[in-house]
Design a protein. Structure first.
Length: 205
């Protein structure tokens, strides 16, 4: 029988802190409270064997990027310790405002993944897996309109997720990588179908 990995009051504090930080933020589609994404990423991290520090970092992985930059990172370190802060920092692709160009940020993030600690890669993979699942759901519901929500557009977003997948496959071997690959392949398949459909409509006009 597996040993139970209990979460302490630190996790409860982080959950409350994350909920308050992102209280006015929603996901790209509809009005889903942003905490839904953070909870999903945290669940994946725990299911993949992550400990409490990783679970707390999963709850807070977007806090620096979306809610206050370096000031928030310092507060995370004060509340939850250096290890959590380091994971959150590693999962952040921009501190400066205005942010650097999208492609430049994403290329730098992918390069950084190859040097990141295993704990940070686990949180990052969980984040990207849940994001990919959301993209796939939205493609099924909204089709081509889905790409309008992304700074990289259709081609940039497809490039980003394929490159992330190729990078994670080199460094990780767990259920999240397998699931990420399945989802990315489905995204690419739907993207091709919608492109072909658009082309057919154009040709028949």
């Amino acid at each position: 029988m597996a040993h139970s990995r209990r979460l302490s009051p630190r996790f409860e504090e982080a959950l409350i802190y994350a909920t308050r930080l992102h209280a006015r933020q929603t996901r790209k589609r509809a009005n889903t409270p942003y905490i839904a994404h953070l909870l999903s990423v945290t669940a994946l991290v725990l299911e993949a064997g992550g400990g409490e520090d990783e679970a707390i970092a999963a709850l807070l992985h977007d806090a620096v990027e979306d809610q206050g930059g370096q000031k928030t990172l310092k507060e995370i370190q004060r509340r939850f310790g250096e290890k959590v802060a380091n994971i959150v920092e590693s999962c952040t692709d921009a501190f400066a405002f205005p942010r650097p160009p999208w492609r430049e940020r994403k290329e730098a993030y992918i390069a950084h993944l190859q040097e990141a600690c295993p704990e940070a890669r686990r949180v990052s993979l969980a984040d990207k897996l849940h994001n990919a699942r959301s993209i796939l759901r939205d493609l099924r519901l909204d089709g081509e309109k889905t790409w309008h929500k992304f700074n990289g557009g259709k081609e940039g977003t497809l490039w980003y997720y394929r490159t992330l997948l190729d990078t994670f496959k080199i460094m990780e071997d767990n259920f999240m990588v397998d699931e990420f690959e399945r989802v990315v392949i489905q995204i690419e398949h739907l993207a091709k179908l919608t492109t072909d459909a658009e082309g057919n409509r154009t040709n028949t006009d």
